[in-house]
Design a protein around this ligand. Structure first.
Ligand SMILES: Nc1nc2c(c(=O)[nH]1)N[C@H]1C(S)=C(S)[C@@H](COP(=O)(O)OP(=O)(O)OC[C@H]3O[C@@H](n4cnc5c(=O)[nH]c(N)nc54)[C@H](O)[C@@H]3O)O[C@H]1N2
Ligand SMILES: Nc1nc2c(c(=O)[nH]1)N[C@H]1C(S)=C(S)[C@@H](COP(=O)(O)OP(=O)(O)OC[C@H]3O[C@@H](n4cnc5c(=O)[nH]c(N)nc54)[C@H](O)[C@@H]3O)O[C@H]1N2
Ligand code: SF4
Ligand SMILES: [Mo]
Length: 722
């Protein structure tokens, strides 16, 4: 019998509703769910490919242990026992910090994993925690922590009601939108222009998104902070600054205007490559729009001045009166309000051992991972737990990290693929696949462009003897605590005893239900009260729309004084670094040897890990180095030619693609490729290997303010020598 199952796609931030027809374990079709109020029927090729993940013969179903060059299947009992024992042994011998964790991107797309990050880190008590955040959105979170008092208090562009959007360094037409979960983002962008609004895009590449906007402007990579300051300058000079209702909440507002005067419009034009007239026009239009918003993503986050960019974006929204206002930059009211439960954030309470980089939110920058493994001394990392990640392909100078992994005493990976990172593990613990467990977007509902909630139950019963991420981590935590002689409190003992009789009590669903009941729409714990609980949410398989974003200040502020900190000292001070870099730097240097390397995403990729799906990798080679005809001509490069691309950290060979869609002086290569490395068992991916951009990104090139990697704007040289 064919069943129809509705669920949220867990592959990217867009949270699209899927309608899956299946006969038992056999998937017949995957379509967009037209009744999902959030995504309205949208689906992308990756959503369809969720079935390839389900059917993939290379996906691991049993724990694996390395035996020289071979992998052998072992039982869960043995795998969990040995993993816990070896982690505890390393910590006993070399200290707590000798074990490091890395949590990759899908950890936050899976509630089983997401719920386990804190308890697992608590059981290990190591300072060496790393995540994909520091190759991604750390500057956003750092700025939110400094200005609004909570690193998870994301600000979301109200795309559905805006009249003017200034978008920097984002490519939603390929990425489906990031830090604005908006199923069907292309339609939402089209609707802006259809209702007479404008979208202005700033990007060193004329991307797929350029087709959806009113005007695209090329920019020189990593100069956006100068552009943003110049926009502020115009706003003040033309008396357009008006934070309106927010004025009483602003602390340090008077410090902003003097900062905005640092670069003249002419200087800014020289530095960025965007003319003074265009800068002026953008500033005036944004400030005068009925409802406008400035939004910036990866390209203005993973660059050397990422934190400054994210700060100035917030400042511009506030200065133009577009903050916490319909059609501007707004806050979400999520059904499970993680912000009320967790810590507000922390910064620099300790530093990395080798480079003294600051901790942020109890994690250290991933750019420091390799050196922490290879530099001898107390606190050197000797064991590594990689969960849902592939840092060999996704962190700067991945090649160095790859070498470091082989020097470890022990490595375990919680992942269902033997990829370029997990192939270095001693033990791999594979969790159940995305269709075999319940799903609720704990994290991405914090970024949604409307308040929404949806729970999807498991579509398929997990095969006997398999474990979910949650069960794997619970198994490890229990063993680690036991080996450390940590006595369980009476209540914990009682709870785990009950959990054995009623498994629901130790499931992610139980925690989710608590979160929903205690959330802003929750029914609490009274039997006849109105409001949300998991049971009620289950009655809406297409999801619930809980309404548009609403102004929510000052109530939503987490700062102690309930004010917005406009000019945090650490950010003000960082302007000096920007000045030093770009003041008197002269016109964009066309004759320099060095080019600036940036990344790119394609609609049929998902970071490094969906390349084992034939339907996603088919077609012409996408892992090409885009180069402008001018730069190619100077070097006699032709399309299709294999060229060498070098940086401080190394060299790779890539196939040239000449296109005027990329700015002069800039080259672009996508990330997540480089599957030629020995050890991985993903056959389709290996056949479409490509090269890894992160073999030539630089772990020393970071935004020093928070330690985020600068994988965009990396200086490289290219040559045609064989
Ligand atoms: N298809 C697909 N979708 C994805 C992913 C994927 O791998 N594939 N990954 C998901 C993840 S984890 C994330 S974080 C999001 C990211 O989502 P987005 O940020 O929307 O996607 P990117 O393609 O990284 O867009 C960054 C843009 O910044 C530009 N850029 C680079 N350097 C600069 C600069 O210095 N200044 C400016 N102004 N622009 C610059 C690049 O050319 C690029 O177009 O996408 C998510 N969605
Ligand atoms: N140069 C450059 N580098 C980049 C970027 C860039 O734009 N340019 N983007 C950066 C960004 S934004 C990100 S988020 C990172 C991503 O980088 P990472 O998070 O390090 O890695 P992914 O490629 O997402 O790999 C995810 C792994 O998780 C596994 N997995 C999938 N689902 C599950 C699950 O439910 N449970 C478990 N246990 N495992 C699962 C997959 O099999 C895969 O091996 O890359 C970053 N690196
Ligand atoms: S856009 Fe993202 S959430 Fe939607 S179907 Fe594609 S991968 Fe899934
Ligand atoms: Mo990301």
């Amino acid at each position: 019998m064919i069943d129809t199952h509705f669920r949220t796609c867990s592959l990217c931030e867009a949270m699209c509703g899927l309608q899956i027809e299946h006969e038992g374990n056999i998937i017949k079709s995957v379509k967009g769910d037209v009744d999902d109020p959030h995504s309205r029927g949208h689906i992308c090729p990756k959503g369809v490919a969720i079935q390839d993940l389900h059917n993939d013969p290379d996906r691991l179903k049993h724990p694996m242990k390395r035996d020289g060059e071979r992998w052998i299947k072992i039982s869960w009992q043995k795998a969990l026992d040995e993993t816990a024992q070896r982690l505890v042994d390393v910590q006993k011998k070399h200290g707590r910090d000798a074990v490091a964790t890395y949590w990759g991107n899908p950890s936050v797309h899976n509630m089983g994993t997401a719920f386990m990050i804190s308890p697992f880190n608590r059981a290990l008590k190591t300072k060496n925690n790393y995540t994909a955040t520091s190759v991604d959105q750390m500057p956003h979170q750092f700025v939110q922590y400094l200005m609004y008092g909570n690193s998870l208090l994301f600000t979301i562009p109200d795309i559905d009601r805006t009249d003017y959007m200034l978008m920097l360094g984002a490519n939603p037409a390929a990425s489906n939108g990031s830090l604005w979960s908006s199923g069907d983002v292309k339609k939402r962008m089209t609707e802006v222009t259809k209702r007479g609004g404008k979208i202005i895009l700033i990007d060193p590449r004329r991307t797929e998104t350029a087709k959806f906007v009113t005007k695209h402007h090329f920019i020189k990579p990593a100069t956006d902070a100068v552009l943003l300051l110049a926009i502020l300058r115009v706003i003040f000079e033309k008396n357009l600054a008006n934070p309106a209702h927010l004025e009483p909440l602003l602390k340090g507002w008077d410090e902003i205007e003097p900062l905005s005067k640092i670069f003249s419009l002419e200087d800014a034009a020289n530095v960025t490559g965007i003319s003074a007239a265009v800068i002026e026009n953008i500033a005036v239009e944004l400030a005068s729009a009925n409802a406008g918003v400035c939004y910036g993503r990866m390209g203005v986050s993973t660059q050397e001045f990422g934190t400054l960019c994210q700060w100035l974006i917030q400042v511009i929204n506030i200065a133009t009166g577009n903050f916490d206002r319909t059609g501007g930059m707004m806050f979400v009211k999520p059904a499970v309000d993680l912000l009320k439960a967790g810590s507000r954030g922390s910064h620099n309470s300790y530093q990395s051992r080798v480079r003294r980089l600051p901790e942020f939110d109890r994690e250290l920058p991933s750019a420091a991972l390799a050196e922490e493994m290879t530099t001898p001394g107390e606190g050197q990392i000797k064991a590594f737990i990689s969960t849902a990640g592939n840092p060999v392909l996704s962190t700067p100078n991945g090649k160095r990290l790859e070498g470091a992994l082989d020097g470890l005493d022990f490595m375990v990976a919680i992942d269902f693929y033997i990829n370029e990172t997990t192939c270095h593990a001693d033990i791999i613990l594979p969790p159940t696949g995305p269709l075999e467990h319940g799903h609720y977007d704990l994290i991405f509902n914090l970024f949604a462009v409307r308040n929404v909630a949806k729970y999807s139950g498991a579509m398929l019963k997990p095969a006997p003897g398999t474990k979910s991420d949650g069960q794997i981590f619970r198994g490890l935590i229990e063993r680690i605590n036991r080996l450390n002689g940590k006595k369980k409190k009476f209540t914990a003992r009682l709870w785990s005893g009950l959990g054995k009789i009623i498994p629901y009590l130790s499931s992610a669903e139980f925690l989710l239900d608590l979160g929903l009941r205690m959330g802003p729409y929750g029914k609490g714990f009274l039997p006849f009260a109105k409001g949300l609980s998991l049971r009620r949410l289950r009655r809406h398989p297409h999801g619930l729309d809980l309404g548009a974003l609403e102004p929510s200040l000052p109530g939503r502020l987490f700062t102690k004084d309930k004010k917005i900190n406009m000019a945090p000292e650490i950010l003000r001070n960082d302007i000096a670094r920007l000045k030093e870099r770009y003041m008197n730097s002269g016109p964009t240097h066309e004759h320099e040897q060095s080019l600036l390397l940036i990344g790119r995403r394609h609609i049929r990729t998902n970071n490094s890990w969906m390349h084992n799906s034939q339907r996603l990798v088919k077609g012409k080679n996408r892992c090409t180095l885009m180069i402008n005809p001018y730069d190619a001509g100077k070097r006699n490069i032709i399309t299709g030619q294999s060229i060498s691309v070098s940086s401080r950290s190394g060299s790779i060979r890539a196939i040239a693609e000449i296109t005027d869609d990329i700015n002069r002086g800039v080259v672009s290569l996508p990330h997540g490729w480089g599957h030629h490395r020995p050890g991985t068992t993903m056959k389709i991916a290996s056949a479409h290997a490509g090269v890894s951009i992160n073999d030539i990104t630089d772990e020393l090139l970071i935004d020093p303010v928070c330690g985020n990697a600068a994988v965009n704007g990396v200086p490289v040289t290219i040559n045609t020598n064989e």
